[in-house]
Each structure stands twice: as C-alpha cells, then as structure tokens.
Design a protein. Sequence first.
Length: 197
Amino acid sequence: MIIISLIIAIVSWLFSNIVGVLGIGVAIWGGYLWKKNKTNNVKSKIPVSMLVLGILIACGWFLFGSSDVKTEKTSENVSSEKINTTKETDVQNPNGNQAAKKQAEKVEDANKEQEAATSMGLVAATVSRVVDGDTFQLSDGSKVRLVGVNTPESMNRHEQYGKGASNYTKTKLEGKKIWLQKDVSETDRYGRLLRIV
C-alpha cells in the first residue's frame, strides 16, 4: 500500500513538473552524448548544447515555472472563498440585490468596452441606412465609405451583383450599433468618411 502511494506521488509530481523533468532528461542525454563523443574522439557542439539547454530548462522551470502552479492554486482558493462568501450572503439575504448586481456588472462591462474602444481609437455609431454595398449613412446624417471594400454599384448604375452586395450590407449593418476606426485619410473625394467597421 505504501509503495503504491509512493508511486502515485512520484508520478503526480512528474506530471506537474513535466517541463523540468524534460529539461533534466535533455541534460542527461546531452551529457551522455558528450561523454560518448569524448571517448570516441568525435568533436561536436551538439551534446554540449543539449547539456546546457537541458540545465537551463530545468533550472528555469523549477525556479520560475513551479511558482506559477502555486500561484494558480492560491488564486483558485481565493476564488472559491469568494464564491462561498457570495453564497453565504445570498443565503442570509435571499431577496438580495440581484438586480443591483446585474446593473453594476452591465455598467462595468460598458466601461471596459469604452476603455478598450478609446485605446484603439474606435468611435461608436449607429447605422441609419445602407446606401449600397460599400457605403452607409449614420444616425447623425454623415455618410461612411468602408475602407478596403469595393462592391458593384446599385444606386446610379446597376452593375451585376450590386443589389446583392447592397442587400448583404443591409443585413449586417442597418440599424445596428457599430464601432468605427479612422483610416489614413479623413474623407474621400465625395466627402464620405473613410472608416473601418
């Protein structure tokens, strides 16, 4: 029974530290090849490189990698404590402030979304109508020309597949909130905003 427990402990340790164990294996193999080459008077830098690489991998894992495992376990414990505390609070106050919590989460998500958008230079807008496959109008009245998209005309000239391109853009954009990113140029020669959606 003790032997089985010892084997299980060793195997679980090996799996949790597999990178370090592989590093040790590479180092041992490199040392073996280096010794074999030395006895046979063969000159090669590969065994020494394997030895050094294996030692670096093993040392790096045991110094830095295993601390990540401990940190993950600690964060799991903290998370489970938070969940237990939340459950206890809900039991104490079953009517709770679920609506307030959901509202706070929505506000937090909206703030995160806005911060991410600002950091990438994005501007929120709503599409009021689609002109054709590569042009649409925003709710503020400004027209936008999609950067990198060129579809057949469906307004002035009826080109083949123009109506299909227009219908596709309508299904994807019309009436929806979108994020716009400015291109190199502000507008095209027709005064339309050049934007990436």
